[in-house]
Design a protein around this ligand. Structure first.
Ligand SMILES: [Zn+2]
Length: 338
């Protein structure tokens, strides 16, 4: 073990820091979720210290000495530039004005005293999913979509993360989808927080359920028990457990989401001719029957050419750990590349 170099992956979310350690033998030393609280609403200074503490904790619990950690991979929710400067509008999930234009990668590199690389959380998770299935082979391409509060994701083409000119590539949630086959005749075109109407996140996210799908479908079920739950976030969250138990209205909502993802994946296929799609987020933290039904429904709405029959649509590996693990992989890969 003494000859192994280690790489920390730090996934900073709105309320929690998830941290992992990866050896240059490509074995993760943290088997389960290792989470510590994040006080992002108190601003960058407090949060940077919490992130550093999280790495020390990870080293402690896995018996790794700090001096064997060579680099850090950091991921946060976007929007942010490729070198980790949070956008001028601040981060959607970090409720403190100190985050606007904050160079989190540079600042954390200073705090922790180690070379630090940055990715947005969707890209970090996408890199991890891709490497888990395809390893380092540069032959393969994939898209990862995480259906959570929003619809995040990332794209790997020929073994390389696609980040784009300014870092905003693979914003899969904000691709506008054709309404044909998706929008019901009496249904308003769903709106997204980004200002677009009918983009993938407006359909396939918890926010999409809350703002668009649930208000439309619940009206058709006047006796539904969800009328007893206060309107808003809590009502939207409960749609998932109704869906898992086979409730008709909830299944109609999730079917719409699956169809929307099929349409999105079809667009991606035409651009990129991918090998695999990984679906993650809360929608996959469900029972086996629901997950399989959801993935099958996506697949049924993803028209493929005969030559593309081998394309897989599967559950993203490692759940909420994918971001931190992808960030650690990025640190290792950047370090190897010099
Ligand atoms: Zn959008």
């Amino acid at each position: 073990m003494s000859n192994v170099n280690f790489f920390a992956g730090v996934d900073l979310g709105a309320t929690k820091i998830n941290v992992t350690l990866l050896g240059d033998d490509r074995v993760f030393r943290i088997a389960e979720m290792l989470e510590t609280p994040a006080l992002v609403e108190q601003g960058p200074d407090v949060t940077l210290k919490q992130m550093e503490t999280a790495i020390r904790l990870a080293a402690d619990v896995s018996g790794v000495v700090m001096s064997s950690i060579k680099a850090v991979g950091l991921d946060t929710p976007g929007p942010a530039s490729t070198d980790g400067v949070i956008s001028a509008q601040g981060s959607t999930n970090f409720g403190n004005t100190g985050w606007a234009r904050f160079p989190i990668r540079d600042a954390f590199q200073q705090t922790v005293g180690l070379p630090t690389v940055y990715a947005n959380d969707g890209n970090a998770a996408a890199l991890h999913c891709h490497r888990e299935k395809f390893g380092q082979d540069s032959k393969f391409s994939s898209l990862t979509a995480a259906v959570g509060t929003g619809l995040g994701g990332g794209i790997v083409v020929n073994g390389q993360l696609v980040v784009g000119a300014t870092g905003f590539a693979a914003e899969v949630g904000h691709v506008v989808l054709p309404t044909h086959g998706l929008l019901e005749p009496d249904q308003p075109n769903p709106k997204c927080n980004c200002g677009r109407a009918g983009d993938a996140e407006a359909w396939a996210s918890l926010t999409g359920i809350r703002n668009n799908l649930l208000p439309y479908y619940l009206e058709k079920y006047p006796d539904h028990p969800l009328w007893q739950v206060e309107e808003g976030g809590e009502r939207a969250k409960q749609v998932r457990s109704f869906g898992e138990s086979g409730d008709e209205m909830a299944r109609r909502i999730f079917k719409k989401q699956a169809v929307a993802l099929g349409v999105l994946f079809d667009i991606a296929m035409q651009f990129l001719d991918l090998d695999a799609f990984f679906v993650g987020g809360g929608v996959m933290q469900t029972n086996l029957e629901f997950r399989e039904w959801f993935l099958r429904t996506i697949r049924e709405h993803l028209p493929l050419r005969d030559e593309q029959r081998g394309v897989s649509v599967e559950v993203a590996p490692d759940g909420d750990m994918a971001g931190a693990r992808g960030a650690a992989r990025l640190a290792l890969e950047s370090w190897r590349a010099g």
